[in-house]
Design a protein around this ligand. Structure first.
Ligand code: PHE
Ligand code: ZN
Length: 881
């Protein structure tokens, strides 16, 4: 584990390397505890670099065995080595020379899951961002591209499968029960894209022929016996490959594309060139084990990693400050892919929900940072929803501003101009400026200014002149290191609705720039005047959620209800409904604990019913409408002085009121939606199930007993319906026998299936109220629980701390105390995981004073420990700052 040195890295300190490594040869003699890595590097001194300039390589917990230059062992006085650095002086005068370094590493002891480690006896690597330096001393930075040849050798019986990047080469058996394979990757790449996998795994294979006729062998490697669970991932992979050709003109560029699923992985998956390594959660699915959400996640992550082949691998990042260059863009691409595979509006609403649930709070709290940060202490802490999801929104805005056609021209230019480069955000913006002839310098502030802009909007209609005026004022609060902000270029897609929802086309506009259906807000305060408007319109703003902003507008409740009923843009309909419900939910949540919530207006209840029963609408959309704002949505809207118990009460009161008003029709619909045929994970099937499952919750609340959920739990022929029923049982009837029976039955059936058991831990970690902490403590002692496995840790500790509002944020602070102790334990094993989990406390300042003080104490207790990892030290100090 790297402990904190206090070092801060700055974007403006970027300097190219003095040396290049055009060729990298790696030879791995795999052994569980003593793996020998021999690295042979062709080193080239850059022109103009002084001959006495030392070569300084990165390491991390390394042990040097030997070092030679041009075949001659180096004398002790010509180099200085520590576990994290190798400095070589007295280099040959020749422009190029060969450096040979041998290190010994212990994959079994590696619990950080970066570098070379073992997961269920499979050797695998994870090198992004700085894991390669845990394998051998190297120039471990993304702008150092090299052509890799890798020889992997292992015991044949333990590791019949030997994989690395690129195309397969020579293979052979050795006489001591070992064998080897050689892999060559012709595409120069940075070290973070290196990968190696060796072990005993099952496989499914397929082929894909690219548009220009290159046959590609596809392989997905999984635990023996789970092959059939990889078929959906394979299908998603082939669809991704075809889609990238069709939508972006991008073809695959090697003879093989392999994916390996492992069960111990810190993140979702990794785009290593030609050899993606996946958290098995994003590969394995069968109707009996995976929910619709799991299927959609697999489709998205498979696509995401595949798309990185061009956005990330062929064109990589100059330095880690540019992380959003590959991540924001690739998220944008996977969002578009999923939108094309499923319902675009439903997908977009899910994205908006995710953005608001994760990125907005990040932007509003102590961990706020720009999409492209300018400084960091630990890069691992910047794989954030700001870099990924807001980064994707910024790309989407470029398309909204320039139009789809010009956007595509810019992308083509990007691929043409920067193929093989380690590029920057400036390069990315420049291709769109060149493709469009427009100046995007103001727009580029989106990469630099942290925080979520708010738009304050006022309207004025003048009957006499038939003009409608919209005035918009943007504001952006200070964020860490950024006390004042400049006005941004914000694209606001819009429409004006007349009677019956008819779209009104303005004759002309004056004031700020309006192009087609987009208002371009560029000043701090700007007015847009539309003429030829014959009746007072209801404006529909931010259609498609065209910019990641919040809005305060003077729309009345009846305007909002009108939009929810009539707008042609489903995202705006959903937003209008949410705003209507939120205003009631938040005002009720401010009431003193135990007080009786204000009555919910019957008009909102009627509206919810209308949307739920409207057969013309997509079932998935109707389900999204019925899924009223969550406890954390309401907390975010409140922003300060949060009392989670009051929020839970106010939300439950709304659900009960809606359930009582529509009970009979809900029941009828619930019964109609029952499906007897075979399970299909497509959008239509998933939509039907999501609507039915949200109805189950309403009906169970109205019934006041667990019978219906119990019945669904027992009869379900798929995990989506089974898990939803279990969720209702635990959330609504936590202590009932029916709930206990279901939990036991689930455990008996799936006890051997780690991914499914993760769901069992999650559902219990989320049980509302003060009793959750006792439950979590009890589950930590369960024989299937272990802090060594990231998925399992996230399913209990992660779900509890980031998902259970009332359980984690107990008024007595015991949830925080428990969490702080657990974080310290995890930090010693897996610092990245500990730091990520700890971000659950980033909104601590928005709680009411009592909880806030308990949270501060818990954070301070972490900060006071000596020898924290750099990862946790960085998060805890920024959170407290
Ligand atoms: N680059 C991976 C992605 O596709 C995420 C990742 C980062 C995985 C760091 C492992 C380590 O988003
Ligand atoms: Zn990515």
């Amino acid at each position: 584990m790297r402990t904190d040195t206090g070092q801060v890295f700055h974007l403006e300190d970027y300097k190219p390397t003095d040396f290049l490594i055009p060729e990298t040869h790696l030879d791995f003699r795999l052994h569980p505890e003593r793996t020998i890595v021999k690295s042979t590097l062709k080193i080239e001194r850059r022109e103009g670099v002084a001959l006495d300039t030392p070569l300084i390589l990165d390491g991390d917990e390394l042990k040097l065995e030997s070092i030679c230059i041009d075949g001659v062992a180096l004398g002790d006085n010509t180099y200085v080595v520590t576990p994290d650095r190798l400095e070589i002086r007295g280099l040959p005068e020749a422009e190029t020379f060969t450096l040979e370094i041998t290190t010994e590493i212990n994959p079994t002891a590696n619990r950080q899951l970066t570098g070379l480690y073992r997961s269920s006896n499979v050797y695998c690597t994870q090198c992004e961002a700085e894991g390669f330096r845990r394998i051998t001393y190297y120039l471990d930075r993304p702008d150092l591209l090299s052509v890799y040849t890798v020889r992997v050798e292992a015991e044949t019986s333990a590791a019949p499968l030997l994989l690395s990047n690129g195309n397969p080469g020579e293979k052979g058996t050795l006489d001591d029960g070992r064998h080897f394979a050689i892999w060559h990757d012709p595409h120069p790449k940075p070290a973070y894209l290196f990968a190696l996998v060796a072990g005993d795994l099952g496989v499914i294979t397929d082929t894909f022929t690219t548009a220009s006729g290159r046959p590609v062998n596809l392989g997905i490697y999984v635990e023996h016996g789970k092959e059939s669970r990889a078929l959906y991932a394979m299908d998603a992979l082939k669809r991704s490959m075809a889609w990238d050709e069709e939508k972006f003109g991008r073809e695959y560029d090697l003879d093989v594309f392999n994916i390996v699923a492992v069960s111990d992985f810190n993140m979702g998956a990794m785009e290593n060139k030609g050899l993606n390594v996946f958290n098995d959660k994003y590969v394995l699915a069968e109707p009996d084990t995976a929910t619709d959400v799991d299927y959609a996640g697999i489709e998205a992550v498979i696509a995401h990693e595949y798309f990185h082949n061009w956005t990330g691998n062929r064109i990589t990042c100059r330095d880690w400050f540019q992380l959003c260059l590959k991540e924001g863009l690739t998220v944008y691409r996977d969002h578009e892919f999923s939108a094309d595979m499923r319902s675009r509006a439903v997908k977009r609403i899910a994205e908006v929900k995710g953005l608001k649930a994760h990125q907005f709070p990040e932007d509003a709290g102590p961990l706020a940072h720009p999409v492209r940060p300018r400084q960091f202490r630990e890069i691992n802490n910047f794989y954030t929803s700001t870099v990924y999801e807001k980064g994707s929104e910024v790309v989407r805005m470029i398309r909204t501003i320039l139009g789809a056609e010009t956007f595509r021209k810019g992308m083509d230019l990007y691929f043409e101009r920067h193929d093989g480069d380690a590029a920057t955000i400036e390069d990315f913006i420049k291709v769109f400026e060149d493709a469009s002839g427009e100046d995007l310098s103001q727009f580029a502030l989106w990469y630099d200014q942290a925080g979520t802009p708010n738009l304050a909007i006022t309207y004025d209609y003048d009957q006499a002149t038939k003009t409608f005026e919209i005035e918009i004022e943007q504001s952006l609060k200070p964020t860490p290191g950024q006390p004042s902000k400049k006005p941004m270029h914000i694209p606001i897609q819009f429409g004006l609705l007349g009677t019956k929802g008819r779209e009104i086309r303005p004759r002309a506009t004056k004031g700020g720039l309006v192009k087609d259906d987009v208002i371009h807000l560029r000043k701090r305060k700007e007015r847009f005047t539309f003429s030829g408007i014959t009746e007072r319109p209801v404006p529909s703003l931010l259609r498609g959620f065209s910019a990641p902003v919040t809005m305060t507008s003077e729309l009345t409740r009846s305007d909002l209800a009108f939009l929810a009923r009539n707008d042609r843009d489903e995202v705006t309909r959903w937003q209008a409904l949410t705003q209507l419900l939120n205003s009631k939910l938040t005002s009720n949540s401010k009431r003193v604990r135990g007080g009786k919530p204000a009555t919910i207006e019957s008009s909102s209840i009627r509206l919810l019913g209308e949307l739920a029963f409207n057969n013309a609408l997509d079932e998935a959309f109707r389900a999204l409408c019925l899924n009223v704002p969550s406890e954390s949505d309401i907390a975010r809207e409140l922003g300060a002085n949060i009392d989670p118990e009051a929020i839970l009460g106010s939300r439950d009161a709304l659900i009960l009121a809606v359930a009582e008003a529509h009970g009979e029709k809900f029941e009828q619909l619930y019964n109609e939606l029952e499906h007897h045929g075979a399970f299909n994970p497509d959008a239509a099937g998933a939509g039907r199930r999501s609507l039915r499952n949200v109805l189950l919750d309403y009906l169970s609340v109205a019934d006041g007993n667990p019978k219906r959920a119990s019945k669904q739990f027992k009869q379900a022929n798929n995990m989506t319906e089974r898990a939803a029923a279990l969720n209702v049982l635990v959330q609504r009837f936590g202590t009932s026998t029916a709930t206990n029976d279901a939990l036991q039955a689930f455990e008996a059936r799936y006890g051997n299936d780690a991914l499914v058991m993760d769901k069992w831990f999650v559902v219990q970690a989320m049980q509302p109220g003060e009793s959750a902490l006792g439950k979590v403590n009890e589950l930590m002692k369960h024989q299937l629980f272990s802090l060594d496995n990231p998925n399992r840790t996230r399913s209990l500790i992660g779900a509890f701390s980031s998902g259970n509002q009332t359980g984690f944020n107990r008024a007595d602070g015991k949830g925080y105390q428990f969490f702080a102790e657990t974080i310290l334990t995890i930090d010693k094993k897996n610092a990245q995981l500990a730091a990520r989990l700890l971000t659950a406390m980033r909104s601590w300042r928005s709680f009411e004073p009592e909880r806030r003080e308990h949270a501060r104490e818990a954070l301070a207790s972490i900060a006071s420990v000596a020898g924290l990892s750099t990862d946790v030290r960085d998060i805890v100090e920024r959170t407290l700052a």
